[in-house]
Design a protein around this ligand. Structure first.
Ligand code: HEC
Ligand code: HEC
Ligand code: HEC
Ligand code: HEC
Length: 96
């Protein structure tokens, strides 16, 4: 019985450890409109990437060397695939 309970607890912890997609956490906070103008995706995602900077700051202002190293080179959504689960660390190999 205890063993079964232990397993259940372990499983629920590992579920929590999988980060929810960034778009989902933000939609919960402030809706699709928090990133998309009137809630609708733009064709070039410039509005969306500007929205990230408005709330979080630019790549030079954000904490972490990896942010500073890419200022003026790429945008937030190049690394943060916001509608998918997973870490921005998974995207490095796309380019490097
Ligand atoms: C955290 C900001 C953010 C939030 C909140 C967000 N999105 Fe997005 N969305 C993006 C970004 C950035 C992209 C482009 C990159 C990508 O496709 O992952 C995108 C892409 C999309 C696309 C694909 C567009 C295309 O042309 O490929 C659709 C459709 C979309 N979002 C709809 C929604 C809807 C509906 C909601 C609310 C339920 C939502 N988004 C919430 C940032 C966000
Ligand atoms: C309306 C303001 C706002 C916009 C726009 C916004 N964010 Fe956020 N974001 C927040 C807040 C508030 C949090 C939660 C507190 C924190 O971690 O700073 C957050 C959290 C995060 C996190 C931590 C993990 C998570 O999902 O909670 C990441 C990564 C992130 N944002 C990336 C982005 C990216 C990339 C964009 C643009 C596509 C974006 N944000 C647009 C306000 C915003
Ligand atoms: C070169 C890739 C890259 C780019 C570009 C990038 N990030 Fe990140 N970001 C990361 C990595 C890697 C982490 C740490 C791992 C993680 O949380 O996914 C991170 C972490 C974050 C966090 C903290 C997440 C947390 O859990 O507290 C926020 C907020 C964030 N980034 C916002 C942004 C915003 C806003 C932009 C655009 C201005 C941006 N990032 C551009 C790679 C990137
Ligand atoms: C969309 C493409 C793209 C992604 C994704 C990306 N980078 Fe980069 N990165 C670049 C470009 C372009 C440069 C500048 C040219 C160069 O130095 O290769 C750069 C520069 C760097 C540098 C500066 C040192 C150097 O090589 O000149 C480091 C370190 C780095 N990236 C690490 C990372 C890490 C870690 C991740 C994942 C968290 C990541 N990058 C994701 C495109 C990308």
């Amino acid at each position: 019985m205890l063993k079964v309970l232990g397993l259940t607890v372990l499983l629920s912890f590992s579920t929590v450890a999988i980060a929810a997609p960034v778009a989902d956490t933000h939609t919960e906070m402030a809706g699709c409109e928090s990133c998309h103008q009137d809630g609708a995706p733009s064709s070039d995602m410039a509005f969306e990437n500007e929205a990230c900077i408005t709330c979080h700051g630019s790549l030079t202002e954000l904490e972490g060397e990896v942010h500073n190293q890419h200022e003026g080179i790429i945008t937030c959504s190049d690394c943060h695939v916001v509608h998918e689960e997973g870490s921005a660390n998974d995207t490095c190999a796309n380019c490097h």
